[in-house]
Design a protein around this ligand. Structure first.
Ligand SMILES: Nc1ncnc2c1ncn2[C@@H]1O[C@H](COP(=O)(O)OP(=O)(O)OP(=O)(O)O)[C@@H](O)[C@H]1O
Ligand SMILES: [Mg+2]
Length: 357
């Protein structure tokens, strides 16, 4: 990958506390990259370092082959949208969107034309003369986006831009934002702690944990092959049961864990018989059958949780360890309740090497 932007060994310290790093992140031209992670893991700090609003304690930033570590924000050619949009309340939408162009001394007529075009792109034609309070939250969010995009930045930076919107609008804006990004082909770095958002929008996700990069990959890779317990816990739902590898079986290893013996595909090579490993079972990757069916394990239903489109079953192999299985809400599955004995067929389980393995 020929990155347009790279962060190299970037560290941010506040007094004695290291808030971030060292981190290495590479961003490809035109991609939609998401920084994902729990509160306090360093997402905003990373974004602000990229924007030039925060100076790193160590490391460097290279944009298009040029070292920009010490370059002031206005010269970085980046558009930034904050969580709270920060529109100027006493200025019209046209003045808000045209702000960056006025700063750059663009001619009046050209500003008007570019503002008009950008409002078109974000789906708000004709609102130039209105004030922010005369728009809905979602519309204001799009104005903030237009304001960041109108300067034609080489990189667009978005810090939880959808978090003030209600759930429905949020979902719609996700798709719209992604469409606009695709159409303009603009390199985008998006910050969120919401994995659904990250999955739907991103080409690649940088999963962060306590100031460092835990794993980088496409949404599929992160979901299918989390490399650590943290990644497996943070991304999607999964039952994680610690156990040991009993033997190898083709490309799989068989793990004995929680009273079960389950074949699992290692998330990376290197597991051998006797190693400690975490068995990861996604709830949608267990098939249930009548008890005693071939290639199944008999289990007891410990719990039933109604979730509308699906029913979540707690299952136990007898050791007291409970793992979860999601079944579609159908006639055949609706009546399964706590206490029932059923068969479970494990599909595409994963084996994550335990620390020190
Ligand atoms: N100015 C500061 N002084 C001291 N510590 C700071 C400062 N800014 C951030 N931190 C610390 O750095 C860490 C990372 O903060 P950051 O804002 O990057 O987290 P975040 O991932 O954006 O979290 P959230 O999802 O809550 O927005 C946190 O522990 C935070 O307390
Ligand atoms: Mg933040």
């Amino acid at each position: 990958m020929q990155p347009i932007l790279s962060l190299q060994q970037v560290v941010k310290r506040y007094g004695p506390v290291t808030a971030l790093g060292p981190v290495d992140i590479e961003v490809a031209k035109g991609e939609f990259l998401t920084l994902l992670g729990p509160s306090g893991c360093g997402k905003t700090t990373t974004l602000h370092i990229i924007a030039g609003l925060t100076t790193p304690s160590e490391g460097r930033l290279v944009l298009d082959g040029r070292d920009i570590t010490r370059l002031a924000p206005p010269y970085r050619d980046m558009g930034l949208v904050f969580q709270n949009y920060a529109l100027f309340p006493h200025r019209t939408i046209a003045e808000n969107v045209g702000f960056g162009l006025r700063m750059r001394k663009v001619a009046k007529a050209e500003i008007a034309e570019r503002v008009r075009r950008m409002l078109d792109i974000v789906g708000l034609p004709g609102v130039e003369a209105r004030y922010p309070h005369q728009l809905s939250g979602g519309q204001r969010q799009r104005v903030a986006l237009a304001r960041a995009l109108v300067i034609e930045p080489s990189i667009l930076l978005l810090d939880e831009p959808l978090s003030n919107l209600d759930a429905l609008l949020r979902k719609r804006m996700r798709l719209e934002l992604r469409d606009i990004q695709r159409r303009l082909g603009i390199t985008t770095i998006f910050v969120t702690h919401d994995q659904d958002e990250a999955f739907e929008m991103s080409d690649r996700v940088v999963l962060m944990n306590a100031g460092h990069v835990e794993q980088v990959g496409s949404p599929d890779e992160l979901y299918d092959a989390p490399q650590t317990r943290f990644a497996a816990e943070f991304i999607g739902e999964a039952s994680l049961i610690e156990g040991a590898v009993t033997r190898l079986q083709g490309e799989d290893v068989v793990i004995a864990a929680g009273g079960l013996e389950v074949p699992a595909r290692p998330v990376r090579p290197g597991l051998a018989a006797g190693d400690r490993a975490i068995l990861m079972i996604r709830p949608e990757r267990i098939e249930i059958t009548p008890p005693g069916a071939p290639e199944t394990t008999d289990v007891t239903v410990t719990r039933r949780v109604f979730q509308g489109d699906r029913i979540l079953l707690g299952l136990s192999g007898g050791s007291g360890q409970v793992f979860h299985c999601a079944v579609p809400n159908l006639e055949a599955t609706r009546t399964i309740d706590a206490g029932a004995r059923i068969g479970a067929r494990f599909r595409e389980s994963r084996a994550i090497p335990a620390r020190g393995a």
